[in-house]
Design a protein around this ligand. Structure first.
Ligand code: SF4
Length: 628
């Protein structure tokens, strides 16, 4: 592919807006080329333009050429694009496979249609070819997958089917637009390895669009860094990452959260969570701030979770009266000390969000206890619970959905104050202004609406709201996953400063291990409703002990990942929580499982270095790393 001098604008009411302005991109045959940039930088517009799929209007190609195998896509008629380009020279893999697959046709039917159209095969030959394509994308049991509908497949299986469809077209140029964005990390690892193997084995050319430098580092030979529709830097991936020439690339690399130990946060500093430092909050004249200041110096567990169980009833089938139970949490115990940050990690469905919601009593448990600040929160009456709620707050993932768009900032942040304190309007506004300053937003923002702020600023508003009653504990549910790369690190730094200044205790949920390692003192690794490993973040990151922790950590590429072979994949996907596997729940996917693992459930036991691990084989190996 060769792009020359391409300029694309978008027409809107106010006139024309330039979206892309590219001098040159040349992707050689058989190469893997990455495009990196934040959302809204024109990456997807470029991908759509290569296939002639850009909607015009509002899009408008002012000038330039896009050559695919010598054919200029720009200016080609829709008939030519259909006959010569889409599915012939190039195909695209989107982030959401469900939107690409036809929900009313089986996988086999969809594959056969493509094979008949593009390869001229029919009947049994077409079916055999469809099987072959599913084998090529390493789908286990391809015979049964052929007869399934898209909704019967997991996210990873669907993405493999999409890749099989793309390859069935016979196109040798694959555009993958954030193909692993909605997948769990262990599934993501499998898809990345597959794409890379196909590129190497079949000499397919891969254009990989991502917003994560780690993914590109592991998969792409060369990379172009996009900012505001322009290429700020391009070259060999390893050279760009190790020696970036553009300030924007440097900023992207610096925006990756570093581990606590790399930042020089020593064990003494975080022991018990107390650290020295200027208290930016002035308690004078502010009753809730005085309460917070008075808490300084109190140690001990703020939160104790004991044998927590949460089962959700679900109907066996649509219309059926028979109930089944999703065992979202099955006996989880942990402790969060005052001033500490506990990180919860694990793939979707592991129970981390259910754990957070249940420990805040946003959802009633099936069994077990949660003691917050010395009180068993499940035995509290409404009035007592309301008093306790002042001290426990939650910040959600997407600030756009969690904040009411019809309310002014003064009311969003001031609402808890209105409910819980006797402040009058003027006192409330004064307090909201103070809270805005604490999260580094101008006090004048009180009379604005949420849509007037960027994603990062909205998350600051959500944090200010959570702080309004000066809580002891804040649960941060994926606090940075909905905001752009550069704002992420600013939000993490802000949370770090607030924790220090206000003696806060955090529970952080994130699928992003760099966020967890940046913020946490301890981590709990969860798998299918249970804790697999629990302990000091430095020790676990330095030497993950449980086999699941090991594969989870090894499945995630970062900017130091030089080659796809460094990424470890794990077989299968997370089983259903309705009927979790007997014995150790990880045993069907564990590379070192023994017979006992499928029969007997391992207890969480303390190891020599003070962490807790639920694995039968830990002791027998003398506490050393398991051989994976
Ligand atoms: Fe693997 Fe067995 Fe340990 Fe479970 S108990 S993690 S299956 S070795």
């Amino acid at each position: 592919m060769h792009i020359k001098n391409l300029k694309i604008n978008f027409r809107h009411i106010g006139g024309l807006k330039n979206i892309l302005d590219i001098d040159e991109i040349k992707v050689e045959k058989g190469e893997s080329f990455g495009i990196i940039g934040e959302s809204g930088t024109g990456k997807t517009v470029l991908a759509l333009s290569i296939l002639g799929l850009l909607e015009m209007p509002p899009g408008e190609i002012e000038r330039g050429e896009i050559f695919l195998d010598g054919f200029n896509v720009v200016g080609a008629s829709s008939n030519e694009l259909r006959r010569k380009v889409r599915g012939k020279k190039a195909v695209m893999i989107f982030q959401d496979p469900m939107s690409t697959l036809n929900p009313v046709l089986t996988v086999g039917e969809q594959l056969k249609q493509v094979i008949i159209k593009n390869q001229g095969l029919r009947g049994r030959l077409a079916r055999a070819k469809a099987m072959e394509m599913l084998e090529l994308v390493r789908l286990s049991d391809p015979g049964s997958v052929l007869g399934k509908y898209p909704h019967e497949l997991s996210g990873g299986q669907r993405q493999r089917v999409i890749i099989a469809l793309a390859l069935s077209c016979g196109a040798e140029f694959i555009i993958a637009d954030e193909p692993t964005r909605n997948l769990d990390v262990t599934i993501q690892a499998g898809i990345l390895v597959l794409l890379k193997e196909l590129q190497r084995d079949l000499n397919v050319t891969l254009l990989f669009i991502a917003n994560n430098l780690g993914l590109v580092s592991a998969t792409c030979d060369r990379v172009a860094i996009f900012n505001k529709g322009r290429i700020v830097e391009q070259g060999e991936t390893s050279a760009v990452i190790s020696n970036p020439s553009s300030p924007y690339t440097r900023m992207l690399i610096e925006a990756i959260p570093r581990r606590r130990e790399e930042r020089g946060v020593s064990e003494e500093k975080t022991a018990g969570g107390k650290r020295s430092g200027e208290n930016r909050l002035d308690p004078a004249g502010d009753p809730s701030a005085q309460e917070a200041a008075a808490r300084t110096g109190t140690n001990g567990p703020v939160l104790e979770v004991k044998g927590l169980v949460k089962h959700f009833p679900v109907r066996q089938d649509l219309g059926s009266r028979k109930m089944q139970f999703v065992r979202a949490l099955d006996g989880v115990s942990l402790k969060v000390e005052s001033g500490e940050t506990l990180g919860l990690v694990g793939e979707s469905g592991c129970g981390k969000t259910t754990l957070a919601n249940t420990m805040l009593r946003l959802s009633e448990p099936t069994g077990g206890r949660v003691v917050f600040d010395g009180k068993d929160i499940f035995s509290l009456g409404r009035k007592e619970l309301r008093a306790v709620r002042r001290d426990m707050q939650i910040v959600f993932q997407d600030p756009f959905w969690s904040l009411n768009p019809r309310m002014l900032v003064k009311d969003i942040i001031g609402e808890p104050l209105e409910v819980q304190t006797g402040f009058n309007e003027l006192e409330r506004i004064k307090k909201v202004e103070k809270l805005l300053e604490m999260v580094d937003l101008p006090a004048e923002s009180v009379y604005k609406y949420v849509h007037e702020f960027s994603g990062g600023q909205r998350q600051r508003i959500a944090i200010a709201r959570a702080l309004s009653l000066m809580p002891k504990l804040i649960v941060l549910d994926e606090p940075t996953s909905a905001i752009d790369i550069v704002s992420q690190i600013q939000i993490l730094e802000l949370l770090d400063n607030l924790k220090r200044d206000l003696d806060l205790t955090y529970v952080v949920i994130s699928h992003d291990l760099s966020v967890i390692s940046y913020m946490s003192d301890k981590i709990a690794v969860m798998y299918l409703g249970k804790i697999a490993e629990y302990g000091d973040v430095r020790r676990i990151f330095r030497e993950p002990g449980h086999p699941y922790t090991q594969v989870l950590f090894a499945a995630i590429p970062d900017i130091n990942t030089k080659d796809i072979s460094e990424i470890k994949t794990v077989r299968g996907s997370v089983p259903s929580a309705i009927e979790p596997p007997a014995g150790c729940r990880f045993h069907p996917r564990c590379a070192i499982a023994v017979e006992r693992c499928s029969q007997e459930e391992p207890e969480l036991r303390e190891t020599d270095d003070g962490r807790l691990i639920a694995c039968h084989l830990w002791d027998s190996r003398g506490g050393s790393r398991l051989p994976l």
